[in-house]
Ligand binder design. Structure first.
Ligand code: ATP
Length: 199
């Protein structure tokens, strides 16, 4: 699995629709300070479901929408799509290529798309469990993140190893099952209370 392309339109400094295509080997993005290099990484984080404006170096989520320049009006929406090669079926979906897209309007209305079909953030998150991709994944290492990992709490470091070992989805499922079990236990207690009142 590898990242084939990133398409951005109206996202941060990228007013016009542009597509970055990636081929075999290493790709470097170079440019003067403030030219938008980090915005490319932000675009990937964002499309993978980042919910924190701070992580995207903004004050609120609408800050990702192109805010205009002296010569150009602000735009009404931001759009990012990434396409991944899935010929090895690392992602649990029956497609050779997977495109995840996210769109946000100034009104706050937003949507995620999975291969062109509207989907929930939950679907995007679940698709990437245990792949190292995703907003919590280690496929994007931001500035200062290595330091954070090295000096972080053991539990935080453990999360990284869990993801690499591929056990995150099982942990999540276990937690969901435990929650359901607790709810059922409470229901059972209520039923027993009612029964004892009736008898
Ligand atoms: P450096 O080399 O200094 O780290 P960089 O190339 O990584 O810089 P970025 O931080 O990616 O640059 O981009 C910063 C630029 O993006 C700034 O010029 C800023 O004005 C612009 N920018 C950020 N958000 C928006 C937005 N919503 N609308 C328009 N421009 C934006």
């Amino acid at each position: 699995m590898y990242l084939k392309s990133i398409e951005v339109q109206g996202f941060k400094s990228f007013a016009n629709k542009i597509t970055f295509e990636f081929h075999n080997g290493i790709t470097g993005i170079v440019g003067p300070n403030g030219s938008g290099k980090s915005n490319v990484g932000d675009a990937v984080r964002w499309v993978l479901g980042e919910q924190s404006a701070k992580q995207l170096r903004g004050g609120n989520m609408q800050d990702v929408i192109f805010s205009g320049t002296e010569t150009r009006k602000p735009l009404g929406f931001a759009y990012v799509a990434i396409t991944l090669d899935n010929s090895g079926h690392k992602l649990p979906i029956d497609y050779q290529e997977v495109t995840i897209a996210r769109r946000l309007y100034r009104s706050g209305e937003s949507e995620y798309l999975l291969n062109g079909t509207s989907c929930r953030l939950k679907d995007v998150n679940e698709l990437f469990y245990d792949t190292g991709i995703g907003k919590e994944g280690y496929s994007i290492i931001g500035q200062g993140q290595i330091d954070k990992i090295l000096s972080g709490k053991p539990e935080e470091r453990r999360e990284l190893f869990d993801e690499a070992a591929g056990i995150v989805k099982f942990k999540r499922r276990k937690n969901t099952a435990i929650k359901k079990l607790e709810e059922e236990q409470q229901n059972l207690t209520r039923v027993n209370d009612i029964l004892s009142e009736l008898t």
